[in-house]
Ligand binder design. Sequence first.
Ligand code: FES
Length: 109
Amino acid sequence: MSEWQNLIPLADLEPDDVTPARIGKRRLAVYDRPDGVYVTAARCTHGGADLCDGYLDGNVIECPLHQGCFDIRDGSPLEAPATRSLATFQARKQGDFVQVKMPVKALTI
Ligand code: FES
Protein backbone atom coordinates (compact mmCIF):
# COMPACT_ATOMS: atom_id res chain seq x y z
CA MET A 1 0.00 0.00 0.00
CA SER A 2 1.26 3.48 -0.90
CA GLU A 3 0.34 6.76 0.70
CA TRP A 4 0.88 10.41 -0.16
CA GLN A 5 3.30 12.04 2.26
CA ASN A 6 4.37 15.66 2.63
CA LEU A 7 7.96 15.86 1.44
CA ILE A 8 9.01 19.52 1.43
CA PRO A 9 7.19 22.84 1.65
CA LEU A 10 6.59 24.42 -1.75
CA ALA A 11 8.46 27.46 -0.43
CA ASP A 12 11.65 25.32 -0.22
CA LEU A 13 11.42 24.14 -3.84
CA GLU A 14 14.20 25.57 -6.01
CA PRO A 15 12.40 27.04 -9.06
CA ASP A 16 13.29 25.19 -12.28
CA ASP A 17 16.01 23.27 -10.45
CA VAL A 18 16.68 20.26 -8.22
CA THR A 19 16.07 20.33 -4.46
CA PRO A 20 17.34 17.77 -1.94
CA ALA A 21 14.83 16.06 0.34
CA ARG A 22 14.70 13.14 2.72
CA ILE A 23 12.04 10.68 3.83
CA GLY A 24 13.18 8.35 6.58
CA LYS A 25 16.72 7.34 5.59
CA ARG A 26 15.99 7.73 1.88
CA ARG A 27 17.59 10.72 0.16
CA LEU A 28 15.53 12.08 -2.69
CA ALA A 29 15.90 14.64 -5.46
CA VAL A 30 12.90 16.85 -6.21
CA TYR A 31 12.73 18.50 -9.63
CA ASP A 32 10.60 21.55 -10.37
CA ARG A 33 9.34 21.58 -13.95
CA PRO A 34 6.69 23.66 -15.73
CA ASP A 35 4.40 20.62 -15.95
CA GLY A 36 4.76 19.68 -12.28
CA VAL A 37 7.23 18.05 -9.92
CA TYR A 38 9.23 14.85 -10.24
CA VAL A 39 11.04 12.87 -7.56
CA THR A 40 13.87 10.37 -7.96
CA ALA A 41 16.41 8.74 -5.70
CA ALA A 42 19.20 11.23 -5.04
CA ARG A 43 22.12 8.79 -5.47
CA CYS A 44 23.45 8.23 -8.97
CA THR A 45 23.25 4.55 -9.91
CA HIS A 46 26.74 4.68 -11.42
CA GLY A 47 28.92 5.80 -8.54
CA GLY A 48 26.61 7.13 -5.87
CA ALA A 49 27.16 10.86 -6.43
CA ASP A 50 24.49 13.23 -5.17
CA LEU A 51 22.30 14.21 -8.11
CA CYS A 52 21.08 17.22 -6.13
CA ASP A 53 24.48 18.72 -6.98
CA GLY A 54 23.91 17.93 -10.65
CA TYR A 55 22.78 20.07 -13.56
CA LEU A 56 19.10 20.01 -14.56
CA ASP A 57 18.45 20.67 -18.25
CA GLY A 58 14.79 20.24 -19.14
CA ASN A 59 13.80 16.76 -18.01
CA VAL A 60 17.40 15.55 -17.82
CA ILE A 61 19.60 15.50 -14.72
CA GLU A 62 23.34 15.34 -15.34
CA CYS A 63 25.41 13.73 -12.61
CA PRO A 64 28.06 16.06 -11.17
CA LEU A 65 30.74 13.34 -10.95
CA HIS A 66 31.01 11.66 -14.37
CA GLN A 67 28.26 13.50 -16.29
CA GLY A 68 26.00 10.46 -16.70
CA CYS A 69 22.45 11.59 -17.53
CA PHE A 70 18.99 10.41 -16.52
CA ASP A 71 15.44 11.23 -17.57
CA ILE A 72 13.79 12.52 -14.38
CA ARG A 73 10.34 11.39 -15.57
CA ASP A 74 11.08 7.66 -15.55
CA GLY A 75 14.65 7.44 -14.22
CA SER A 76 16.01 5.90 -17.42
CA PRO A 77 19.72 6.34 -18.13
CA LEU A 78 20.37 8.51 -21.19
CA GLU A 79 24.12 9.05 -21.23
CA ALA A 80 27.07 6.83 -20.23
CA PRO A 81 28.52 5.93 -17.86
CA ALA A 82 25.04 5.68 -16.31
CA THR A 83 23.46 2.37 -17.33
CA ARG A 84 20.98 1.56 -14.56
CA SER A 85 17.71 3.43 -13.97
CA LEU A 86 17.05 5.65 -10.99
CA ALA A 87 14.15 4.86 -8.71
CA THR A 88 11.31 7.30 -9.35
CA PHE A 89 8.30 8.16 -7.22
CA GLN A 90 4.92 9.72 -7.98
CA ALA A 91 4.89 13.33 -6.86
CA ARG A 92 2.50 16.27 -6.82
CA LYS A 93 2.01 19.76 -5.48
CA GLN A 94 -0.75 19.69 -2.88
CA GLY A 95 -1.60 22.71 -0.77
CA ASP A 96 1.65 24.17 0.52
CA PHE A 97 3.69 20.99 0.03
CA VAL A 98 5.35 18.75 -2.49
CA GLN A 99 3.99 15.31 -1.77
CA VAL A 100 5.41 11.96 -2.74
CA LYS A 101 3.65 8.60 -2.93
CA MET A 102 5.64 5.81 -1.37
CA PRO A 103 4.97 2.36 0.00
CA VAL A 104 4.24 2.61 3.73
CA LYS A 105 7.13 0.22 4.41
CA ALA A 106 9.58 2.63 2.77
CA LEU A 107 8.48 5.42 5.07
CA THR A 108 9.50 3.60 8.24
CA ILE A 109 13.13 2.81 7.29
S1 FES B 1 28.65 8.79 -10.22
FE1 FES B 1 27.12 9.55 -11.56
S2 FES B 1 27.86 9.14 -13.56
FE2 FES B 1 29.36 8.33 -12.22
